[in-house]
Ligand binder design. Structure first.
Ligand code: SER
Ligand code: ZN
Length: 679
């Protein structure tokens, strides 16, 4: 393309606040994008041909940052400079036909890109990161997730320096040029937003495998690493194939390209990125060897590989209308990777570790100066909203929906959500509407979880009327004010529960007005500030077991120490058993800290002994149950933290456990040491 006009956009641009209520659909759609990228460390030249179609009256606005505009043509003819305006945010063209082809040519400097957003160089190779707004640093484009286009990408680079040229979609030809460069073309048949665009080019080697989808598509899998790292990819490849199978079995969702590439890079801003057909990973979530990696390293690989793979449907095929909907893809995809890992191993242990993480990262966020709803309503930099609230609490919100409507309705809702929104950009309302329709439930009140920040406290009180054999459970909820949200509304809290008799057996649960008693676990919903649940025909004073499986991201208050100890020993729900034990031990340890004395408590010994004896079939769960609350968790529960006191009390409890249960521990250890190969 000949030069017509050269302009330089100034950078960096000033930051503008973006508000959810200001959302407007795009003025132009982009049907196809034809990219030609000549890679060079200091001066990469990007030619883009956009086929545009008007969707509303108004000017065309293309985002662009730090781009040197070399040429611009409209329908084949140079566009004169008075037809467009260039500023630090991009390019505006006031007058355009309803359908047209716009070509731009820009130069960028990936070698100088230290933001690692857009196209950059790491260890001599080229990589991209375009989520959330990196594509505008590669070419002029409507860089918003509701503009979905079909991409064809041709890469040209020095053949010796960059033998590998990868982009999204399927490979569609390659060849050599006479000047020592070579080229490769990639065609992505699926429309996608610009944030899913990716390029990886350089000197990498592939570890290869194959996967056959259930409808018979043969997919070539490759993990691209540096020479010498090939032997560290086994777990990543296993995780990928297992994820592909799981999504077919669990949600009927199949992979949709002929290739699936993963590239590992050591300089990466995020953990990993779900670019269509070309995931880019931080090396720590790909590479591992049994000799050097810990269980946690393996778990991290499994989680992140599955997470990015699952985005192919929840994020890529169905994407987000705008960045306020980030949790639509992230909360849902975290929920999917959590259930995947739970299905593969111990559901209870997985749940415990996810809740530990939620409490350690998200609860403090929700209680602090940066508290924000799962769907924020304004931002300056969306990059600051890749938070524990959007991801982890977002996953809890999805889990609550499943708990409220049941697993089968949830699956029907997923089918409906995907079918209705495939190849388009959706909102959180679209997701909840699919769940409401699939279940026949009115979920409008549920939206408060998305729009209100803060962790509710659920307080329980109860009464038993022996003469009437009636048990009344009163649940109250309260959420403390957070920045910009002084007045909180009640949220819809699903409480999975059971009732225990004095020996720990399950009592039947029949709410007043019901004909039959419910199952050993039932879900009651607190949808107001306070509600009473009246159970009939209760023969003995029960102990309530609440929030089984941690059915809602709330703090639970009002259970006495005796009841916690009882639940820790007897409840049938492993999560409640663990959680009650942790609460009990926290109470006892904090008492000892306050009194400045050692811990000497029969209840703690009971909990530990019981764990060693009773749940021997899931050793990882036993390990969780007999672990004392961490010093950090204890500190978190104190108004004024006393680090020395916490340390002393906790060590004294460890000593007491060791003295009392030494033989039991030794026997458990011996029983577990000869279990054959590492598992
Ligand atoms: N979209 C990326 C992910 O969550 C960003 O971290 O996988
Ligand atoms: Zn994600």
């Amino acid at each position: 393309m000949p030069d017509t006009h050269v302009a330089q956009a100034a950078s960096p641009p000033e930051v503008r606040e973006v508000r959810l209520q200001d959302y407007r659909p795009p003025v132009f759609r982009v049907d196809t994008v034809d990219l030609h990228i000549r890679l060079h460390e200091m001066r990469t030249v990007v030619r883009a041909a956009l086929v545009l179609r008007r969707a509303a009256p108004g000017p065309l606005q293309l985002d662009g940052e730090g781009l040197e505009l070399l040429a611009i043509r409209l329908d084949g003819a140079p566009l004169p400079p008075d037809r467009y305006a260039l500023d630090a945010h991009g390019l505006t063209i006031d007058t355009l036909p309803d359908s047209c082809r716009l070509e731009t040519e820009v130069a960028i400097n990936p070698g100088a890109n230290t933001l690692l957003s857009g196209l950059y160089v790491s260890g001599g190779n080229f990589y991209t990161q375009c989520e959330a707004e990196g594509f505008r640093r590669i070419t002029f484009f409507p860089d918003r997730p509701d503009v979905l286009a079909r991409y064809t990408t041709t890469l040209v680079a020095d053949a010796a320096r960059c033998p590998v040229l990868l982009s999204n979609g399927n490979p569609d030809g390659e060849g050599r040029n006479e000047d020592g460069t070579h080229w490769a073309r990639w065609v992505d048949p699926h429309p996608k937003p610009a944030y899913l665009f990716a390029v990886v080019a350089g000197d990498l080697v592939a570890v290869r495998d194959r996967f056959r989808t259930r409808s018979g598509r043969d997919v070539a899998l490759a993990i691209w690493v540096r020479e010498g790292d090939q032997h560290k990819c086994d777990h990543a490849m296993w995780s990928l194939k297992t994820s592909m199978k799981w999504d077919e079995d669990t949600y009927g969702l199949e992979y949709d390209l002929d290739v699936f590439n993963i590239a590992a890079v050591s300089d990466f801003n995020m953990g990993a990125m779900e670019n269509k057909g070309l995931n880019v990973f931080n090396t720590k979530y790909v590479l591992a060897r049994p000799e050097t990696a810990t269980d946690a390293d393996y778990q991290g690989i499994e989680t992140v590989i599955s997470h990015e793979y699952f985005h192919n449907w929840t994020g890529n095929r169905v994407t987000c209308r705008d960045w306020f909907q980030l949790s639509l893809k992230e909360g849902l995809t975290v929920f999917r990777d959590q259930t995947f890992t739970a299905d593969l191993g111990s559901e209870a242990v997985k749940r415990i570790s996810d809740v530990v993480r939620l409490r350690a990262a998200q609860f403090p966020e929700d209680a602090g100066p940066l508290a924000h709803p799962v769907r924020p309503d304004r931002y300056r930099k969306i990059d600051n909203f890749y938070t524990a609230t959007v991801y982890q609490k977002g996953a809890e919100v999805i889990r609550m929906l499943r708990t409220l409507i049941g697993t089968e309705a949830f699956r029907r809702g997923m089918d409906l959500y995907i079918a209705r929104n495939d190849n388009s950009a959706a909102t959180i309302e679209d997701f909840v509407a699919a769940m409401a329709e699939a279940s026949g439930r009115d979920l409008s009140a549920f939206m408060t979880w998305y729009d209100q920040a803060g962790t509710p406290t659920l307080t329980v009180s109860d009464a038993y009327d022996a003469a009437a054999r009636r048990y009344t459970l009163t649940l109250r909820q309260e959420t403390a004010p957070t920045p910009n949200q002084p007045d909180k509304r009640p949220v819809m809290i699903p409480v999975a529960m059971g009732l225990l008799d004095p020996s720990g057996g399950a009592l039947p649960m029949r709410l007043a007005g019901e004909n039959e008693a419910g199952a050993a676990t039932r879900v009651i919903t607190l949808d107001a500030a306070e509600r009473q649940f009246v159970f009939e025909d209760v023969p003995v004073p029960p102990v309530p077991s609440l929030l089984r499986g941690f059915s809602a991201p709330v703090r639970l208050a009002g259970l006495s120490r005796e009841r916690l100890r009882f639940l820790a020993a007897h409840d049938s729900d492993p999560f409640v058993r663990w959680d009650s034990g942790q609460h009990y031990m926290t109470d006892v340890l904090l008492d000892a800290v306050a009194a400045g004395r050692d811990v000497d408590d029969a209840g703690i010994l009971d909990i530990v002994a019981n764990a060693l004896g009773a749940h021997g079939r899931d050793p990882a769960l036993v390990a969780e149950v007999l672990t004392l609350p961490s010093e950090a968790a204890l500190a978190d529960a104190m108004a004024t933290v006393d680090p020395d006191g916490i340390h002393r009390a906790r060590e004294s409890a460890r000593r007491a456990i060791g003295h009392a249960l030494r033989d039991r521990f030794a026997r458990t250890y011996d029983a577990l040491t000869d279990t054959g190969p590492y598992a």
